[in-house]
Design a protein. Structure first.
Length: 202
């Protein structure tokens, strides 16, 4: 198995665990632990921290307001904003970059994503409550934060260490690997991921 969009590398986890993980026969299990821990972090924070290689389109619901909240955008490369005038799910009219600003300002330079687009006046609403703004972007974070990498190592280390515990103690599993010990009971895990949790806006 290879690590899929993991927040730590195999060598980093081996270095954390030490001699207990030096045997190459454990590599597949370690890689699975990293992947499982990474996806657990995504679910906990309600966002993911890896950056898409290519831009893709998503639809958002505008209001009669200059601010449009969007999913995390980790790069302005390939960023295109369009209105879906006929509400068919495909963008029609491109909004020129001079008419909106990516915010928070300078967030990418600080390693955080763009989370909103502010229009110079207000966003066009084709039909109230309908998703009619198409944003094409590279979704995710510009880089994986150091805290998230550390949380991944904490969770994947615990997962590997308790791999042989009884199933009635560990609860649910993913492909036979216990998930209950992904870090939920570790105070350090929560301290690391809490500042990154995305909160719903009413």
């Amino acid at each position: 198995m290879t690590i899929t969009n993991g927040y730590a590398t195999l060598n980093e986890l081996k270095g954390r665990i030490g001699s207990g993980a030096s045997n190459a026969s454990n590599d597949e299990m370690l890689e699975h632990c990293i992947t499982a821990a990474s996806r657990h972090i995504d679910r906990t924070c309600d966002r993911r921290f890896y950056l898409d290689d290519a831009a893709s389109a998503r639809l958002f619901v505008p209001t009669y307001h200059p601010v449009l909240m969007v999913d995390d955008i980790g790069s302005t490369t390939g960023l295109v904003v369009k209105t879906d005038d006929d509400l068919d799910g495909d963008g029609d009219t491109t909004i020129v970059a001079a008419d909106y600003q990516s915010q928070p300002v300078n967030s990418l330079a600080r390693g955080w994503p763009i989370t909103m687009l502010r229009h110079a006046s207000c966003w066009s609403v084709a039909r109230e409550g309908w998703a009619s703004i198409e944003v094409t972007a590279r979704w995710g974070w510009p880089t994986v934060p150091a805290d998230i990498k550390e949380a991944c190592l904490v969770a994947s280390s615990r997962l590997f260490a308790q791999r042989n515990a009884p199933s009635n103690v560990l609860g649910a599993s993913i492909d036979g690997y216990p998930t209950q010990v992904l870090g939920d009971s570790a105070p350090s895990f929560w301290r690391l991921v809490s500042p990154y949790k995305r909160h719903a806006i009413a």
